[in-house]
Design a protein around this ligand. Structure first.
Ligand code: SAM
Ligand code: SF4
Ligand code: SF4
Length: 333
């Protein structure tokens, strides 16, 4: 177990396996921008990723989540999943936009993936297509979710990024739809990740506002945190027990419990979603470093860590300071 300067233990590792995406969500990777993607040889290989994860397990890493860009676009992703599933981890999950889920869910499950999170921000084809920057039928993503349930990638969770003026009028319908399906929904405040998504505080629909609306329609009972550092505020529908959660990264930050490290597809290690610089893991891995050396490297970085961007955001905004931040599709959320 290693602790940072604020006493936070390292526990979660989020690995972006590609920065490419088949969507162009307005809050992440808006259309009309020119994007530079990593070449294949610039990205970590599966063997390098596995070596890195294996080295970090004695330091306390228990949970690994694969993300992107769109992780299901990384060729043979099932091979990485099966390599990671052979390691002694408590949890191995993946976040996807769901476009390729229907065809891949079974393979992901049989390769050792434990559970999956699907991002779906609207139930209306027109709003969804506008949000994700291409024409997609919501029913297509729902079929992917149904397939994930069928093959046992449970619990399936759905992430909904709520943007004021875009989809906040749908939260009751979305909550009802997934309650009936027995799927956990997580409503997420629109965050100021990256530099391209035209974020402003006025476009944030707060968790407090969401909760107020939802509690007029549903009987929600608060749940205890299931582990220290859990980011979602969790509730359950009292009548059926299905869970529903909220992630209030902007209005009620939770940096004090943040135990997550992030690795980008090209092998940069970030100690915060908003970190301006990453640490070069790729060179270390490619120099043939032994596991002990990798642990020393990460221990040094983690023990010097004092990030708490979300807690400082409002103060920085007031002072007119807008730091450069990494893009969400590079870091993986
Ligand atoms: N492409 C996959 C997907 O969309 O699920 C995985 C990567 S995506 C960067 C990870 C998560 O970040 C998704 O649930 C997405 O909705 C969320 N996200 C992206 N941009 C966001 C933003 N500006 N604010 C809040 N959540 C955001
Ligand atoms: Fe792609 Fe996910 Fe970003 Fe949307 S949120 S553009 S699906 S990486
Ligand atoms: Fe963790 Fe950084 Fe997010 Fe705070 S802002 S919760 S330190 S990733």
């Amino acid at each position: 177990m290693i602790k940072d300067r604020l006493g936070r233990e390292l526990r979660d590792l989020r690995i972006s396996v590609t920065d490419r995406c088949n969507f162009r969500c307005s809050f992440c990777m808006p259309e009309g921008e020119e994007y530079q993607f990593f070449r294949r040889d610039e990205m970590l290989t599966f063997e390098e990723i596995q070596r890195f994860v294996r080295a970090l397990i004695p330091l306390g890493v228990k949970k690994v989540r694969l993300t992107g860009g769109e992780p299901l676009l990384r060729r043979d992703i099932q091979r990485l999943i099966s390599m990671l599933s052979s390691l002694p981890l408590e949890d191995l999950s993946l976040t996807t936009n769901g476009f390729l889920l229907k065809e891949k869910a079974r393979l992901l499950k049989s390769s050792g993936l434990k559970r999956i999170t699907v991002s779906l921000h609207s139930l209306r084809d027109k709003v969804f297509s506008e949000l994700v920057g291409r024409e997609v039928k919501v029913s297509w993503i729902i079929e992917g979710i149904e397939e994930a349930l069928r093959v046992g990638l449970e619990p399936v969770k759905v992430n909904v990024c709520v943007v004021k003026g875009v989809n906040e009028d749908e939260i009751v319908d979305i909550a009802r739809f997934f309650k009936d399906m027995g799927v956990v929904v997580r409503f997420i405040e629109f965050m100021d990740v990256g530099n391209l998504n035209h974020w402003s505080l006025e476009r944030v629909f707060s968790v407090r506002e969401m909760f107020q609306i939802l509690s007029e329609h549903f009987d929600l009972e608060p749940l205890e945190k299931s582990y220290r550092g859990e980011v979602a505020e969790r509730y359950k529908h009292r009548d059926c027990g299905v869970e529903i959660g909220f992630i209030s990264s902007v209005t009620q930050p939770f940096c004090g419990e943040c135990n997550r490290l992030r690795l980008t597809a090209e092998g940069k290690l970030l100690t915060c979603l908003f970190a301006q610089d990453g640490y070069d893991v790729k060179s270390l891995l490619r120099s043939g470093a032994e596991e002990e050396k990798i642990r020393e490297f990460v221990t040094r970085i983690w023990s010097e860590r004092e990030d708490r961007y979300s807690e400082r955001r409002l103060e920085l905004l007031k002072r007119g300071i807008i730091p450069r931040k990494p893009e969400m599709f590079k870091v993986g959320g």
